[in-house]
Ligand binder design. Structure first.
Ligand SMILES: [Zn+2]
Length: 451
């Protein structure tokens, strides 16, 4: 920004000696003088903005495309009959269209989370959840739209008024019921990532959630079929999500995947020692792979004191929640969901919420270890019973922007964290998919010609 200003000054100094042409010169210089004045005005406006962090955060928040890669709201759509257009208290839920607008969220990956209790009809449950997301988009066409690509996210943002882009990720590879045909069907229905496992090991990939449970049959990472699933996801252009998987599954996946991977909602183990979180070595491996780690906001994943306290109450909490589930087992789905959620939150509220700083520390750690190009946001809204202080819902996302600026991150770096990095990874996975599909087409053409 200083360059045109200097040029102007040098020109003025050189020509000021030609007094005879002073008037003419002034006329000639007038546009430059005006431009200089405009520049000064711009500079001071920018300066004024940086002196008010809240305003600067707001400006970045307005211009960035903000993408969150994990929210469990579809269970609320389906089981609680929740409509995204209804404004709810933060105690009830973390997301509704008004809060999305306040937080300026551009795109959300709604989780198609298939609870293992649906054994025998995993795909059925996934299909119902997929429909529930589509129904929301159908009910609110003026405010939101379904999105299926990186370009769709950008397009939703450029609509006037802006639209909120809804995308979907299947959480738990058991949803495909060991069948690549179903994997392809899910892709056709709009699913753009799949978390290889949830907390349960499935028949082709180990999970971090039960890796120490001797009763569970493990595979030492990915089975041959699991590797085939990853390759097929690459070919389809479905992002491979390594959140929740065991460490060995993680490393197996990185060896197989031709596209960059994502961790849709995972934090750093060096700061909070939970097996669900990623070690520094894993963070560096994702960076080498070109992928992105979207940090989870759950208090027990971002704060060591909270994690310990939460683990200490686990037995008592699980019993109490199970008793609530039992009490309402014959009630309607909405009541069952609400009472279960309430019991979970009541127990989590016995532990003080960690400061927002704990979450920012995780973003900062991933940015330092993996690099600023490999970190993003994976809130886990509506899937967790406790969030850090100041983050009550999606409406509070600007506070993260503000906190990152306060730590010295530049506007450009913050925009990467808010969504830029994820968009890059999504585009690259789409490119790899086109390349692989092109190769398949060329191979079948060659095979046909040789016959
Ligand atoms: Zn999860």
């Amino acid at each position: 920004m200083s360059t045109p200003d200097c040029t102007f000054k040098n020109q003025a100094a050189g020509e000021s000696q030609l007094t005879a042409n002073m008037i003419q010169l002034t006329i000639r210089l007038l546009p430059l003088l005006l431009a200089g004045a405009a520049l000064t005005a711009q500079t001071s406006a920018k300066h004024a903005r940086t002196t008010n962090p809240a305003q600067e955060a707001r400006a970045i928040q307005d211009s960035a495309i903000i993408i969150d890669t994990h929210a469990d709201t579809p269970q609320r759509f389906l089981d609680e009959n929740f409509d995204l257009g209804t404004v709810t208290s933060v105690g009830e839920g973390h997301m509704d269209l008004e809060k999305v607008r306040q937080g300026n969220l551009g795109a959300e990956f709604f989780s198609i989370w298939v609870e293992p209790k649906y054994a025998g009809h995993f795909a059925h449950r996934a299909l119902a959840l997929i429909d529930s997301v589509n129904q929301q988009a159908g009910r609110h066409p003026g405010e939101m739209m379904m999105a299926y690509s990186a370009e769709d996210i950008v397009r939703a943002r450029s609509q006037r008024p802006r639209k909120f882009a809804a995308l979907m990720g299947v959480e738990g590879g058991h949803a495909i019921e060991n069948d690549l045909h179903l994997l392809r069907d899910f892709y056709r229905l709009g699913v753009r990532y799949m978390t290889l496992t949830w907390s349960n090991t499935n028949e082709w990939a180990d999970s971090s959630g039960d890796i120490n449970d001797a009763k569970v049959k493990h595979h030492n990472g990915l089975t041959d079929f699991g590797k085939e699933v990853v390759r097929e996801m690459n070919r389809l252009g479905m992002l491979v999500d390594i959140s929740h998987v065991s460490d060995k599954t993680f490393y197996d996946t990185l060896l197989i995947s031709r596209a960059p991977v994502i961790a849709s909602h995972s934090s750093a183990r060096a700061l909070t020692n939970h097996p669900r979180n990623m070690t520094d070595d894993m963070l560096r491996a994702v960076a080498r792979n070109g992928g992105v780690v979207q940090v989870n906001f759950f208090s027990a994943f971002i704060d060591e004191d909270f994690r310990k306290a939460y683990a200490a109450q686990a037995k008592e909490r699980d019993q109490a929640v199970a008793a609530v589930d039992e009490k309402y087992k014959d009630a309607d789905a909405a009541t069952r969901y609400r009472e279960h959620d309430r019991a979970q939150k009541e127990w989590a509220e016995k532990i003080p919420r960690p400061p927002l700083k704990s979450l920012i520390d995780h973003l900062d750690h991933v940015a330092k270890v993996a690099g600023i190009d490999h970190v993003g946001l994976g809130s886990d809204f509506d899937g967790v019973s406790s969030l850090p202080q100041e983050i009550d819902s999606v409406a509070d996302l600007p506070k993260i922007t503000q906190a990152l600026l306060a730590r010295g991150y530049t506007a450009a770096q913050v925009e990467k964290v808010l969504g830029g990095n994820f968009l890059r990874v999504f585009r690259e996975a789409e490119r790899v998919s086109r390349e692989m599909q092109g190769q398949t087409a060329a191979q079948s053409k060659a095979a046909k010609a040789s016959k």
